[in-house]
Write a protein that binds this ligand. Structure first.
Ligand code: DHB
Ligand code: FE
Length: 296
């Protein structure tokens, strides 16, 4: 057993919790009216389930014990990003015209080392997994090429582990920030990520087992793409033929984000092509309101 395979839910959950606290600014000053409306509806929704399903004291106490455990395992980021973030993303990106976004998940780390395209992500010399060339172009919605656009990319390794959240991996393994060339084009050499199983040994895993669900996400590349004057997009790309594309525990797959890999013409492994289309900033008042709410 390698160090990587000893990754535990508690360790990756604690890491995700610490990263969330470090990296996300929490909007202050949500109005009393809004808190009243949202907290009120959430509490009512839970009460409706209790009444409609005639929830017993045993079930209520099992729920209470489980909620306590989610906190103890540091799994609130994992729980929320798997079962709730997809709806938040749908609301945040409803008014985009360019590429589709999807969830960020718990494992983004800002300030990865910057490289110019063509680039190879930091990885072990003998990094396991098939080679993957990910290439394409970053454009605006009128088709204008965006030279110097920034593509932040992070993904799991061939065992499904993310650097900085599983032990024994180099700090920036399979993470990078790549700038496009003058024509807005990019080429990123990496390895094909493995399907990802959310940690099964913590509270989220206990829920999945108790409910008879599965813990899998399809293999995916995580991305944040940005250029001055354009709206940053947070998204993921998936691979056709992956058995969990139609069955993602995190409900984050969209058909537009599923790529068809082909054999690489000029070497070993696979290649996939995807063009990112960025929306302009402050295109209309709706977007101005939306951008004040968060980093998207
Ligand atoms: C989770 C992990 C991911 O890699 C992801 O993309 C989404 C969610 C999670 O464990 O919650
Ligand atoms: Fe992920």
């Amino acid at each position: 057993m390698t160090a990587e395979t000893q990754a535990t839910a508690a360790a990756s959950g604690a890491g995700a919790t610490a990263r969330f606290r470090e990296n996300k600014t929490i909007a202050a000053g949500t109005s009393t009216e809004r808190v009243n409306a949202l907290a009120g509806r959430l509490i009512k929704a839970v009460n409706d389930v209790v009444l409609e399903e005639k929830v017993s004291y045993d079930e209520y106490n099992a729920f209470k014990a489980w909620l306590i455990r989610v906190g103890e395992d540091g799994e609130w980021p994992l729980f929320l990003d798997v079962w709730v973030e997809h709806s938040v993303e749908e609301v945040a990106n409803a008014n985009r015209h360019g590429s589709k976004g999807t969830i960020e998940g718990p494992y983004y780390i800002p300030d990865a080392p910057v490289q110019q395209s063509p680039a190879t992500l930091p990885m072990h010399e003998d990094e396991p997994g098939s080679q993957l060339l990910f290439q394409g172009e970053v454009k605006g919605i009128a088709g204008e090429p965006l030279g110097g656009a920034m593509i932040e990319i992070w993904h799991a390794d061939d065992l499904g582990f993310y650097s900085q959240f599983a032990p024994g991996l180099p700090e920036w393994n399979l993470r990078g920030a790549i700038t496009t060339d003058d024509q807005g084009k990019f080429q990123i050499n990496t390895i094909q990520p493995a399907p990802y199983q959310i940690p099964t040994d913590g509270a989220c895993g206990a829920l999945i087992a108790a409910a008879g669900w599965h813990a899998w996400r399809p293999a995916h590349l995580h991305l944040k793409v940005s250029a001055p004057g354009y709206r940053l997009i947070t998204t993921q790309l998936y691979f056709e033929g992956d058995e969990h594309v139609a069955d993602d525990i995190a409900s984050a797959v969209k058909p537009e984000l599923v790529l068809v890999p082909t054999r690489r013409a000029d070497g070993e492994g696979l290649e996939v092509t995807y063009d990112f289309i960025l929306d302009p900033h402050h295109q209309d008042s709706e977007i101005a309101v939306d951008s004040s709410r968060g980093p998207n």
